[in-house]
Design a protein around this ligand. Sequence first.
Ligand SMILES: NC(=O)c1ccc[n+]([C@@H]2O[C@H](COP(=O)([O-])OP(=O)(O)OC[C@H]3O[C@@H](n4cnc5c(N)ncnc54)[C@H](O)[C@@H]3O)[C@@H](O)[C@H]2O)c1
Length: 301
Amino acid sequence: MNGKDVLIIGGNGFIGSALGRHLADRGFKVTSFDIARPPFPDGRIEYVMGDFFDDNVLAAAIKGRDLIYHALSTVNPGNSNEKYMMGYSRDFLQTVRLFDMLKAEDAKLIFLSSGGTVYGNQDVQPIRETATARPINHYGNVKLCIENTLRVFDIQTKAKMIIARISNPYGPGQDHKKGVGFIDAVIRNTLEGEPVEVWGDGQIVRDYIHIDDVCEMLADLSEYEGEETIFNLSSAEGTSQNRIIEIVKSIDPSVQCVYKPARSVDVQKIILDNSRFMSFRPRTLTDLETGIKSVYDYHRG
Ligand SMILES: NC(=O)c1ccc[n+]([C@@H]2O[C@H](COP(=O)([O-])OP(=O)(O)OC[C@H]3O[C@@H](n4cnc5c(N)ncnc54)[C@H](O)[C@@H]3O)[C@@H](O)[C@H]2O)c1
């Protein structure tokens, strides 16, 4: 048994709930803190219902923990340019409050940032953690504001804080209707006999990574003791949306697509260098074809 007492803020979401299962597999004592009920409760996990934006409730939830994952965002890349004040006035400020509360705690914090949006458009790909981040939407910028603030608090707190810049996770539990998840959209729309919307010409390149790989990497980061603060968690491989459609078509030829005008909030190409993480903890990742087939089979159920 690992025995570490871990809290996942946003623990009933797509990443949080999968992470909870992976940490429980490793013997962590896991508590999920979330405003919503867990979609598939796990007997090994304690569920605490609460609002991240309530200071007293949040302070009580983090008290005495060894490890905290911050896996919550109320905005996404698609809606953040309309809801940007929510990102800055709620997500950013309350996360700063959380960092402040952690000054009195010994907990290590791992913040789930967005590798897909903090970098913006970059000429050099795969993108390393050392690239200058230039987000082109408010979601990415809110993440960057939080990251910068975290680094200042990291110097002041007793325990380490780590930033995980996750690329484009996919897998069971994702819901593209929340605003992200192209693979989920192609698979589930196809199974429902609906066309999938592609914003642009389908040449947008993303770095897709299976949710189980993301969770294992996030769990590994809990053991990191070195000097780095930022880690890209990615496959380091770029795949276009048209290629995703092709892969799903090879499994189920009934895929239908509707091409719509490109959105200004989407960068053209994101491939993240993962060598910093891999030199800490080498890992063989799920290949995309196998991963997509397993998600298709899961939903076909
Ligand atoms: N999904 C992705 O593609 C992706 C990629 C990179 C980074 N991230 C980041 O990872 C984190 C988790 O993403 P996700 O896809 O699992 O999101 P999600 O929306 O599936 O989960 C977020 C969870 O937070 C909970 N929540 C929302 N408001 C709350 C509140 N006021 N109090 C308590 N709980 C609240 C929700 O109920 C939900 O269970 C986010 O910070 C996101 O920005 C996600």
